[in-house]
Design a binder for this molecule. Structure first.
Ligand code: ADP
Ligand code: MG
Length: 458
């Protein structure tokens, strides 16, 4: 049971977090509905109880339904790796416990070297202003980031608060600011995720080096904290961040913060912190547009040196709309395949290689969507899908839309006919046949229809 639970936990929280907090946990006896787990220090015990107590309870209950409580004790458990040393078991109320009280009661722990490692995380050399593709959705955030990199601590730009959904370039822009400043050799920069900020802070408490930690933080010229939403509910860390923030801004240093929401929408952050975060420049990165996705794909394809046809890029930009990270992931996979197998990138290959990603991005297509896409493609009015006009310019796309409706939806012929200006089902049959004939005769037309089908396909 225990090894299965450990494996599950490791998979859920990741190797690093697991090794930091959970690896030293030992398992003790089961008594009736309760299992005892051991942790070597009070600090770890409190931390694990606050962060993982509920989860441990649930995992044990799933393994052994009789278990309803997990008791966490400070001791060297029988299965922990410690040798000798008598167990000094202290009894404490069992998990699950409400709020994480982690940051309290940790001062008796022995000093560790952890906090003395580098203050900031390294900057990713790929995330620069040069590699950031600018378009309508991100141009304001980009301009603000550039401005801060050029002239940190300018009035009106401090703090710079970048926000937007997952995978839209917040981290990229922060690294770009950092790299730019470092390249100029002008100032000292510290970038870290809010999560790392918290771990550092806690480690500092544990090793009684909070003064050092604060001094280090307050000595930088530019402090960048990524994904601030992580601090929601972590009140002590928020408090510490607030003080650091004030000290830095008061000393004329620059702060850059990112989050998934605007300061006013980050409920769960202390009011005074939210107020201060909104005091400088707040820049929103919007969801990508088709045009921006195309530009990003073009830039990345060019950089890779692999020839990716425009049709494939268009296809990807249509299909993968969630965020840039996924788009980039899809393109990278295509490029890797092309390099590995030396085959050209084609639409067919793309569909094959990206089967799983495309499926995840799919929804059921409707006749209305088909009509819209087809009308857009041939530049006719959407109303012409149901109009009585019979000139080829509109009749042909209408037939294609009927054909695709038959292929991609489960609607019956009469139903499809009704959606196209109450036409008869025989008209739909004729349209399907006609489109198939034309596709055989005219490869360019066939390709157009294929492309539309792939874009719409579910
Ligand atoms: P976030 O931090 O907002 O979740 P990231 O900055 O990590 O997003 O971006 C995800 C990935 O997408 C990164 O590899 C990043 O380089 C890339 N990316 C995002 N936006 C752009 C853009 N405008 N131009 C080029 N690459 C981008
Ligand atoms: Mg990020």
């Amino acid at each position: 049971h225990w090894s299965r639970i450990c494996a599950r936990l490791k998979a859920e929280v990741g190797e690093v977090e697991y090794n930091t907090w959970l690896r030293q946990m030992g398992v003790g006896p089961v008594e009736e509905d309760e299992i005892t787990l051991y942790l070597p220090t009070r600090f770890l015990r409190d931390w694990v109880r606050g962060q993982y107590g509920d989860r441990l309870g649930a995992l044990w209950h799933a393994e052994i339904p009789a278990i309803r409580r997990v008791e966490l004790q400070v001791a060297r458990g029988p299965s922990s790796s410690a040798e000798g040393e008598a167990a000094t078991a202290e009894s404490h109320p069992a998990a699950p416990v409400a709020a994480p009280v982690v940051e309290a009661a940790v001062v008796e722990e022995p000093r560790t070297a952890e906090v003395r490692s580098d203050l900031a995380a390294p900057l990713d050399p790929r995330f620069t202003f040069e590699t950031f593709v600018v378009g309508k959705p991100n141009e304001f955030a980009y301009a603000c980031a550039r401005r801060v990199a050029e002239r940190p601590s300018s009035p009106g730009f401090n703090p710079l608060f970048l926000y937007g959904g997952v995978g839209l370039g917040k981290t990229h822009l922060m690294h770009a600011i950092g790299s730019e400043l470092v390249r100029e050799g002008r100032v000292s920069v510290a970038y870290m995720s809010a999560e790392k900020f918290m771990y550092r802070f806690i480690a500092a408490i544990r090793s009684q080096s909070t003064m050092e930690f604060k001094e280090q933080l307050r000595s930088v010229d530019v402090l960048m904290i990524d994904d601030l939403q992580f601090l929601i509910g972590k009140d002590n860390t928020q408090e510490e961040f607030f003080h650091t923030f004030n000290a830095l801004v008061d000393a004329g240093r620059q702060i850059v913060v990112s989050a998934d929401k605007s300061p006013s929408d980050l409920s769960g952050l202390e009011d005074r912190l939210r107020t201060r975060l909104g005091c400088g420049m707040v820049a929103d990165i919007h969801a990508t547009t088709f045009e921006l996705r195309i530009s990003i794909l073009e830039a990345k394809a060019t950089a890779s040196g692999v020839d990716v046809p425009a049709k494939v890029l268009e296809f990807l930009a249509h299909k993968i709309t969630s965020n840039v990270r996924e788009l980039e992931g899809a393109l990278n996979r295509l490029i890797a395949h092309a390099n590995l197998f030396g085959r050209p990138v084609t639409l067919e290959a793309t569909q094959d290689v990206l089967h799983d990603i495309l499926k995840a991005n799919n929804r059921r297509v409707t006749i209305e969507e088909i009509q819209r896409k087809v009308a857009e493609h041939w530049n006719i009015r959407l109303t012409d899908m149901s109009s009585a006009r019979r000139s080829t310019v509109v009749a042909r796309p209408r037939q294609v839309a009927m054909y695709l409706s038959k292929q991609l939806t489960s609607r019956s012929l009469p139903e499809i006919g009704r959606k196209f200006g109450n036409r008869d089902h025989t008209t739909v049959i004729y349209a399907v046949r006609r489109v198939m004939e034309l596709m055989e005769q005219d490869p360019a037309f066939a390709e157009d229809v294929e492309l539309l089908r792939r874009m719409l396909e579910s």
